[in-house]
Design a protein around this ligand. Structure first.
Ligand code: FES
Length: 134
């Protein structure tokens, strides 16, 4: 049912935990299953230099949050805003259709953390290209 990559990220999730003074933080939940995901990001010069997550949820939610952290680490915040749940699922070699909604949490949590960063640091964010077209 699950790819090897999903099992790997579920069994050995990367970047678990919380940042002490995050530049931005986002918490999202899925009302249906009750699962919750929190992302903290550390931004320096418009680049996400560190990211940590905590997920209270199913295996697919843990695997997708782990993969999402790997995908945005070292990226510019504008690029992190372009992250889609589809890209996360593809990076994990796919998810069963009934588990695609879990990857939505990863996308939403990253976006929420970046949006929080922009809100808290408007002066830094102003100089960044945040709405670049795909
Ligand atoms: Fe809720 Fe996976 S079942 S996020």
């Amino acid at each position: 049912m699950y790819s090897e990559k999903v099992m790997d990220h579920f069994s050995n999730p990367r970047n678990v935990g919380e940042l002490e003074n995050p530049s931005g933080t986002g918490t999202v939940g899925n009302a249906k299953c009750g699962d919750i995901m929190k992302m903290d990001i550390q931004v320096e010069n418009g680049v996400i230099v560190d990211v940590k997550f905590k997920t209270f949820g199913c295996g697919a939610a843990i695997a997708t949050s782990s993969m999402a952290t790997e995908m945005v680490k070292g990226k510019r915040v504008a690029e992190a805003l372009q992250l889609t749940n589809k890209a996360v699922a593809e990076a994990l070699d796919g998810l069963p259709p009934v588990k695609m909604h879990c990857s939505m949490l990863a996308e939403q949590a990253i976006h929420a953390a970046v949006e929080d960063y922009i809100k808290k640091h408007p002066e830094e964010a102003a100089g960044l290209e945040l709405t670049q077209a795909e």
